[in-house]
Write a protein that binds this ligand. Sequence first.
Ligand code: SAM
Length: 344
Amino acid sequence: DSEPKKDDLQRIIDLMDGFKASKALFTASKMCVFDLLQSRPGLDAAQVAQEIKASVKGTACLLEACVSLGLLTSKQRACQKSVYENTDLSSHFLLSDAPFSLRGYIQHCNDTVWPLFSHLESAVREGANQREKAFGKTSKDMFQDTFYNSQEAKLRFMNAMHSIAKVTGRAVATAFDLSSFKTACDLGGCTGAMAYEFTKAHPGLSVTVFDLPAVVEMSEHFLPLHTDNRVSFVAGDFFKDELPKADLYILARILHDWPDEKVGILLSKIANACTAGCGLLLSEIFLDEDRRGPSRGLLQALSMSEGKQRSATEYGLLLKSHGFITAHVRHTDNLLDAMLCIKV
Ligand code: SAM
């Protein structure tokens, strides 16, 4: 047998170590290492340890691991202790108050996704989500029973959605010419982060965010500093209640959570609320048509929610059966793709 190629060996090692890197990132983020080094760059391991109330040995290992992952830089002046600073990458995405902060989503990955994935083998054997094993409760509706079962869990989930929506919102909001639409309704629009991006990108557009009452009651915690009141909130259940009237309906990261039957219920409600010419803007990770990627979408599917990941063609067919034609599909270079459909 020939020796393994160096690149192949590295690839497999990276895959084996991926979970350690994720957990190092989650832990440094949770322990506020990046926020600390932003306000006080150049601390050494003992100083960081004291501030984050951790052991010097453990902190030194965590900081060195972060340097190796490109999250921190270290400098050592002749025979002195290493001192640490954030890299551009961490200043951009890991500070609590950065415009593109992913900290909320990272916390969700640590506290919710990580426990679910630690039961992946059972999830694969059973073809079912592992919320009961991971969190000790049976739940029919993952939002009402798992994500929103305490105020703390709810805010954590909302923060996670908020951070992703802030990072992806502009790319989704500017993917298409929406100048013919005056009113939009963002179904499952959560904190309104996506809605604010839509109003920023389209000066003539007003957006109603429609979400569960438990979410809407917290929405003011996520108000941006500067807002001109073109975003409003309506509380309700999109499977049961009447949907607000709008020229354009937005479904961002909604359909992948639900099985075909529930998607059918929701899409027929939207179709009934629409007149000819109304739009439906769908934003999801679109799987490649041959289902070989992107792995972000395929790995997310392993959480075994009741829903599934679909390709743009699959979404297009679902929408077609409810009287929408696909006008444009846009693969953004951001985390979410987008598709604009028109009701005929
Ligand atoms: N659209 C947001 C985004 O892209 O950031 C949030 C997506 S999040 C995965 C799903 C959203 O759907 C949550 O805000 C959740 O509260 C909302 N949701 C779930 N079930 C709902 C229901 N029956 N009626 C209304 N909203 C619901």
